[in-house]
Write a protein that binds this ligand. Structure first.
Ligand SMILES: Cc1ncc(COP(=O)(O)O)c(C=O)c1O
Length: 396
């Protein structure tokens, strides 16, 4: 008997994909490492290959532990189907392969550097036409959707690294009216804050590497969809390109995601406090955080995130915007880690010009507002007093 999932986010996170019906009924998900499965008859194997029977035959296509994670993610995201990949980038490449190759693609320029690079430099080789338009410029988006009629639009819920907010409800409406598919990279927000599938977004992407696993020991990505045709296309793409999520990574992620809500609650509170502290600091020129009332994305974030918080990511610009000064400050941090990732339980700082947006030219970085003085912070779950004390001494 398949039980109905509970109604609230934290309960779904704890129970999604927990007990496998018909198996040993272990009270935590089993890790099955098998690479292939042997049904009793050739006819059964044929049904599995054909997709007319539910089960497992070859690990590159499907295996039990990643399948549990996919079920859990579909529930958390309010979607119907999820396809798990080896990394977040593999998930993004999966969507671009099935929905962007040779097509018209409208994207916001405020994207993780590798996503921007993939769209701007790699996708055109397939014959795709690309246009970039700000995710906050609704007039320009409407104009392009109506007059240029793109096939796919790509946005991030909260952009990397400037934490700009997209009004996803509005975007879904506009994209649907223009018969344009919408891909939302929800990595910075995580399903705790935002579930683009519930609003009708066609492809919700998460880098599992970040908040969903949260403990810095997994690489992975997912695409959650609403449509069975999209699911089959992604499934086939993953099977052919081979960027399948490893069972061990799925198992660790299933463990990590149980506490997503608790971690996010703390990270949102810590980030809000650090953002206010930095905004009042003389060594800081500007803070980018949608939880600040002065932030241009504040009202949209309030609506989109239903007052659950504003995320654990922020960025700030030093009054002395040189690489030398940034490195000096970052090197002085005692507790925060200098690391090119985000969403872990530890506070981490990264220098976008060196790390997440290294693939962009200096001109491209300047065009999207990434200056030499910009520091990105992924705020962890430590005591806020210790986080602030660490920045206090580093900024002196
Ligand atoms: C917003 C965003 N999306 C996707 C990715 C890619 O995820 P992964 O590193 O798991 O490939 C990243 C990585 O930093 C990211 O910041």
């Amino acid at each position: 008997m398949t039980k109905k999932l509970p109604a609230h986010f934290n309960s779904i996170a704890v129970h999604g994909g927990l007990v496998q019906a018909g198996a040993t009924r272990a009270a935590s998900p089993p890790l099955e490492r098998a690479a292939s499965w042997s049904p009793e008859t050739m006819a059964e194997l044929d049904d599995l290959f054909e997709g007319t029977a539910d089960g497992f035959y070859y690990g590159r296509d499907r295996s039990p532990t990643p399948a549990l994670l996919e079920r859990a993610l579909s529930a958390l995201e309010d979607g119907r189907f999820t396809v798990a990949y080896a990394t977040g980038m593999a998930a993004i490449a999966g969507v671009l392969s099935i929905a962007g190759q040779g097509k018209r693609v409208l994207a916001t320029p405020d994207l993780y550097g590798k996503t921007y690079h993939l769209i701007q430099a790699w996708l055109p080789e397939s014959g795709a036409e690309i246009r970039f338009v700000s995710g906050q410029n609704q007039q320009a988006i409407s104009h392009h959707l109506k007059t240029w009629q793109p096939d796919l639009m790509v946005v991030e819920t909260l952009s990397n690294p400037l934490v700009k907010v997209c009004d996803l409800g509005w975007l879904v409406e506009q994209a649907k009216a223009a018969e344009c598919k919408l891909m939302v990279d929800n990595t910075f927000a995580s399903p705790y804050l935002s579930r683009p599938s519930s609003l009708g977004a066609d492809y919700t992407v998460e880098s599992l590497t970040k908040y969903i696993n949260g403990h810095g020991d997994v690489m992975g990505g997912t695409v959650t969809v609403l449509d069975a045709v999209d699911y089959r296309a992604l499934f086939q793409q993953r099977s052919t390109f081979g960027a399948t999520l490893d069972p061990q990574a799925a198992w660790l992620t299933l463990r990590g995601l149980r506490t997503l809500g608790l971690r996010m609650e703390r990270q949102c509170a810590n980030a809000a406090a650090l953002a206010s502290y930095l905004a009042a600091h003389v060594a800081v020129q500007q803070v980018y955080y949608p939880g600040l009332e002065s932030d241009p994305g504040h009202a949209t974030a309030q609506k989109l995130f239903a007052k659950c918080g504003y995320g654990g990511m922020l960025a700030f610009e030093l009054t002395e915007p040189s690489r030398q000064r940034v490195w000096q400050v970052m090197d002085k941090l005692q507790m925060a880690l200098r690391a090119p990732t985000l969403g872990d339980i530890t506070t981490m700082v990264s220098y976008p010009a060196q790390a997440s947006h290294r693939a962009l030219s200096a001109e491209q970085r300047a065009a999207v507002g990434i200056s030499a003085g910009l520091i990105r912070v992924s705020v962890g779950i430590e005591a806020i007093e210790d986080i602030i004390a660490d920045f206090e001494q580093a900024l002196q």
